[in-house]
Design a protein around this ligand. Structure first.
Ligand code: UD1
Length: 344
């Protein structure tokens, strides 16, 4: 059995990746998640969908001693995927120290454990936020990173740098930072998806909750950008595609296919979709009209960002397979299951 430890295995992307990892009977998945922004039921859902369980330790990755115990109890871990982090941009502006403490200390602790327990392969959840204000589209891995617009974004930028400095002196570890664009959607079964405990700010949960009547009306943030319909362009990517990319990235490292000991790879679809197009795709697959208005711009938003995803294809043999309608249909199926109590 190949033991893989994931932090944040009950979170949105972590749980979908756990399902994909568990589909390989040779892999054992150990999760560390303190459940501050997720629920223990997610671990049950993962087990239900995958047909076998991951083991979740309710441990804070910032607690070095408790984290070390997980490694002691599970000797021979071959790979770590570090998802666990706080990720609300607005909240990070209000609570910068909490974000720096949580996101950076957890990263330092997990890297320390990787070195101590001789884990060879490390994958970090990064974000396209590291590119900041963009001058040229699409964004490649050669696009320079810029000063981050928020403390959250800075934890990803500084996190990538911490890994770089660590890899330079590490005896054992090879690493990849996966820079996600906009992960959305849910598992095709409709039994696992995004369920923000706090008020959602991201577009797709706001769409599905507006359609469910939980939010009275959606505001499209800005109709005067220099885009084809005036609303912002983003590179939405199905969460199951993202999960599959993690499995491929892990295999790539474990098979020693990496050229450098630390590599950066964009995970996007390569397609820009406007907010209004995303809403239309939702309306089409859900067969209803969404109550929305076009309002003011949201401070901190960039007008357009989308990826060049050729490096992921070249190195990992991965590309996004699911389009915007599939993303919306799966998110809606998940939301309806939540509404009807089929999923909890
Ligand atoms: C945001 C973060 C990004 C983070 C990502 C995590 C910012 C500036 N960026 O990306 O760092 O990695 O979430 O998922 O916050 N929109 C509306 N109405 C809404 C909600 C969103 O029009 O009610 C629009 C936004 O203006 C944006 C698009 O939908 O153009 C996507 O927004 P969102 O889902 O919040 O993602 P990002 O802002 O792209």
């Amino acid at each position: 059995m190949t033991k893989i430890l994931i932090t944040g295995g009950c979170g949105y992307i972590g749980s979908h990746t756990a399902i994909e990892l568990l589909s390989n009977p040779e892999i054992e998945v150990i999760s560390v998640d303190n459940l501050i922004n997720s629920s223990a039921q997610t671990a049950d859902r993962v087990g239900q969908i995958a047909g076998r369980n991951m083991k979740n330790y309710q441990v804070d990755v910032c607690d070095k001693e408790a984290l070390s115990e997980v490694f002691e109890e599970n000797p021979g871990i071959e790979g770590v995927i570090h998802f666990a982090a706080l990720k609300a941009v607005g909240e990070s502006v209000e609570q910068p120290l909490r974000y720096y403490q949580n996101n950076l200390l957890s990263l330092i602790n997990i890297l320390d454990c990787c070195e101590k327990y001789e884990v060879k392969n490390f994958i970090f959840s990064s974000s396209c936020t590291v590119y900041g204000e963009i001058d040229q589209l699409p964004v490649t891995e050669q696009t320079p990173t810029k000063e981050a617009a928020s403390p959250y974004g800075n934890t990803k930028l500084v996190g990538e740098r911490i890994i770089k400095d660590f890899i330079a002196i590490s005896e054992n570890v090879n690493a990849i930072a996966l820079r996600y664009f906009n992960p959305v959607g849910a598992h095709d079964s409709g039994l696992n998806g995004e369920d923000p405990i706090n008020k959602p700010n991201n577009l797709v949960p706001v769409i599905t909750r507006t359609a469910s009547g939980m939010i009275p009306q959606l505001t499209v943030f800005g109709g005067d950008y220099a885009t084809r319909d005036g609303s912002c362009v983003r590179d939405y990517i199905h969460v199951v595609d993202i999960a599959e990319a993690h499995v491929k990235a892990l295999e790539y490292l474990m098979e020693g296919k990496n050229e450098d000991r630390y590599e950066y790879i964009n995970l996007g679809s390569g397609n820009g979709v406007t907010v209004l197009e995303a809403i239309q795709a939702f309306e089409k697959v859900a067969g209803l009209e969404l109550n929305y208005v076009v309002g003011d711009r949201r401070p901190g938003d960039v007008g357009a960002i989308y990826s060049d995803s050729s490096l992921a294809k070249e190195k990992l043999g991965w590309e996004a397979r699911r389009g915007i309608e599939e993303m919306m249909a799966s998110a809606w199926k998940w939301q309806m299951n939540l509404n009807e109590g089929v999923a909890v």
